[in-house]
Design a protein around this ligand. Structure first.
Ligand SMILES: Cc1ncc(COP(=O)(O)O)c(C=O)c1O
Length: 459
């Protein structure tokens, strides 16, 4: 199994974890209607539900929390964050927001009109939902290789540039108020995007006069992949690579809960002066005064510090190696995953792992339940529970390409022995996988059902 560099930090504060018994977990699962979103976190041993806002802050960030300036206007902490954003991202203007989706909401409510179409290599679900909420259509134009879980393309998050050019020609640039690119590409499995691909997309967008926005939340992990995998970048620091990436764009949306290593926060950057004026008005209406957005001064301070920590090369080497270690460990234990492992998460191919469970009995959800039952490990289904929907015309179910389960790794939180424990849990499930049973839905809401639906075990 691949080793990874020892943690580039030591532990100063601990948060106890409680081990539950299998009998307890069986009861808790039944009480939660077999939906792990309904479990209490104190009943979870290893929580891989998301990497968003779940990481550990550093001693410097906690010191920054104490220094936070809570003035309503013109706070010192705002100017510290402004300096960091200007240094790394280089855009002319920015506003803080309470998280990434607030930045998306402001951008979409100003630029998206009914009938427009927004291309991306892979829209995150809140981005797609914000575009739809404003009457537009999100369109994913990722490369074909991303559809094959065994294909080890080094930049599987890339945009298909030919498809993008064709899409713009067919749609007409006047119906595309802006175009996007998501780094890393979460929807494709946390897979990176190459600099050449970002350059190519930027050139196409700009040829047609379309403003180009980067969904930047995992930009540092993406920069590290570029350094490791793309020719010409081996000697560049992640911060230099990040600067080059953003110099190609006209703005970005950012969820600071990922690569800025904080528990809450986000921002929206733009170069366009007029658009910035409109953004500020919308921000005041929805989030807060432009020097705090939806955040406290202490949050701004923690983001300013976290942005640099998230770009630290030793940290990134450890971070990416941790995900690789988990992914390769699962493969060695006979668990199929989306290859190669991405930046922030490992995606298990539950459809291939549990082929005896039909899609209408949700193999991904069955695996999520089994992971908690066997090991107290919490993950998230990203298959038919989350994405299948009835065709509006025929009523037939439309299924997503794969039945996936995402194991997202919170930043600076779990050690190698925790990951070994997860691998052992999955190996134990692999040994009795034929006995794992499917589920049926007993109760579900109309929208985003995976968060609150209830299930029963089949058979
Ligand atoms: C790629 C991507 N974009 C946007 C968001 C939204 O960010 P937030 O959760 O801060 O609203 C996320 C969150 O997971 C994400 O993964």
């Amino acid at each position: 199994m691949p080793a990874y560099p020892p943690e580039p930090f030591r532990i100063k504060m601990v948060e106890p974890l409680r081990r539950t018994t299998r009998d307890e977990r069986e009861r808790l699962l039944a009480e939660a209607g077999y939906n792990v979103f309904r479990l209490r976190s104190e009943d979870v041993y290893i929580d891989l539900l998301t990497d968003s806002g779940t990481g550990a802050m550093s001693d410097s960030q906690w010191a920054g929390i104490m220094r936070g300036d809570e003035s309503y206007a013109g706070a010192r902490s705002f100017y510290r964050l402004e300096a960091a954003i200007r240094d790394i991202f280089g855009f002319q203007h920015f506003v803080p927001t309470h998280q990434g989706r607030a930045a998306e909401h402001i951008l979409c409510s100003l630029l998206v009109k009914p009938g427009v179409r927004i291309p991306n290599n892979g829209h995150f679900d809140t981005t797609g939902a914000n575009i739809r909420a404003a009457g537009g259509h999100p369109v994913d134009l990722g490369i074909e290789e991303a559809k094959d879980p065994a294909n080890r393309h080094p930049f599987k998050g890339n945009m298909d540039l030919e498809k993008l050019a064709r899409f713009i020609e067919e749609t007409g640039p006047e119906r595309i108020p802006f175009g996007m690119m998501t780094v890393t590409n979460n929807t494709a499995g946390g897979q990176p995007v190459s600099m050449a691909n970002i350059k190519g997309a930027a050139a196409i967008y700009h040829r047609y006069g379309i403003p180009f926005f980067i969904d930047a939340c995992r930009y540092a992990e993406n920069a590290y992949f570029i350094k490791m995998r793309e020719e010409g970048y081996a000697d560049k620091a992640p911060i230099e690579i990040a600067r080059e990436m953003f110099s190609l764009a006209d703005g970005c949306t950012m969820s600071a809960k990922k690569d800025a290593l904080v528990n809450i926060g986000g921002f929206l950057c733009v170069n366009d002066d007029d658009l910035f004026e409109r953004i500020k008005q919308m921000l005041i209406l929805r989030e807060g005064f432009p020097t705090y957005g939806g955040l406290a001064g202490r949050d701004l301070e923690a983001i300013a510090i976290g942005l640099y920590e998230g770009l630290d090369e030793e940290y990134l080497a450890y971070r990416v190696a941790q995900t690789t270690y988990l992914g390769e460990g699962l493969l060695a234990a006979g668990v199929p995953i989306v290859e190669p492992p991405g930046g922030h998460a490992v995606y298990v191919d539950a459809g291939r792992f549990l082929p005896h469970i039909p899609r209408d009995q949700f193999p991904g959800q069955a695996l999520v339940i089994e992971m908690y039952r066997v090991g107290g490990v919490r993950a998230v289904e990203l298959g038919s529970v989350a994405f299948a929907y009835p065709d509006p015309q025929s009523g037939e179910m439309v299924y997503p390409p794969l039945e996936l389960v995402r194991l997202a790794i919170p930043r600076r939180m779990y050690t190698r022995s925790h990951l070994d424990y997860v691998i052992e849990t999955m190996a134990e499930i692999a040994a009795h996988r034929d006995a794992v049973k499917g589920v049926r839905i007993t109760r579900q809401p109309k929208l985003l059902r995976h968060f609150t639906a209830e299930f029963a075990i089949v058979g």
